[in-house]
Design a binder for this molecule. Sequence first.
Ligand code: URA
Length: 256
Amino acid sequence: MQMRLDKFLAECGCGSRSDVKKLIRQGRVCVNGTPAAKPEQKTEAGTDEVKLDGRLLVWQQFRYIMLNKPAGCVTAVSDSRYPTVMSFLKEENAVPDGTEAPVCKDLAPAGRLDADTEGLLLITNDGALVHRLLSPAGHVNKTYMARVRGNVDAEDVEAFAGGLEYGEKKPALPAQLEILSAGMDEEGPVCETLMTICEGKYHQVKRMFQARGKEVIFLRRLSMGPLKLDENLRPGQWRYLTEQEIQELANAGKEE
Ligand code: URA
């Protein structure tokens, strides 16, 4: 893909557009062995050999990031009032340590988690993949750990499996509910559950429990299709997906 050299350098994480212009003017950037002359010169990304201070730069068209979204931030690219999920994509929040934060301006979250929901969030600039993952026809499973106020029981499991009416025009598609534990706290009965849905309607998990007279008091997304939340990521931490994860995701949502 042909692009301006300054854009290429910025997308490789070498700094902002004005930073990289300086690097070029300082003669620190070589293209195929020749010092680059100007920021606007064209380079063939993926083909030309571009080096900064002798270090070969690897350009990637697409970035795939797994964030363990913490509670208390909104799933948006920008927001005037609240911190966004994008504000966590800094070097100091990366696992492993020292990973360069992305500088790609087209990154966006794939789908939405509520401000108080934690867990797996994919952030990418691969719009076609996002479209497939979120398309209702794709039926990509999403699994959540939901802590629920009330006694979740076999009737709830059956109701979720049978396609629950919860205030949408159509009932929910069959959802799997597993009761992990049932106990009490100072306010009464509380259950931990695993819930798998293949849709992504507004507040869907909370509203489905609400339709059964129960309240979700904590929600964490654990997986989306084949992608699983990395247990090494604490809330607020992120990492790039592995090649294998990217390959597996590429096939998700294609079957139906
Ligand atoms: N369902 C919800 O109710 N909230 C989320 O954040 C995700 C799914």
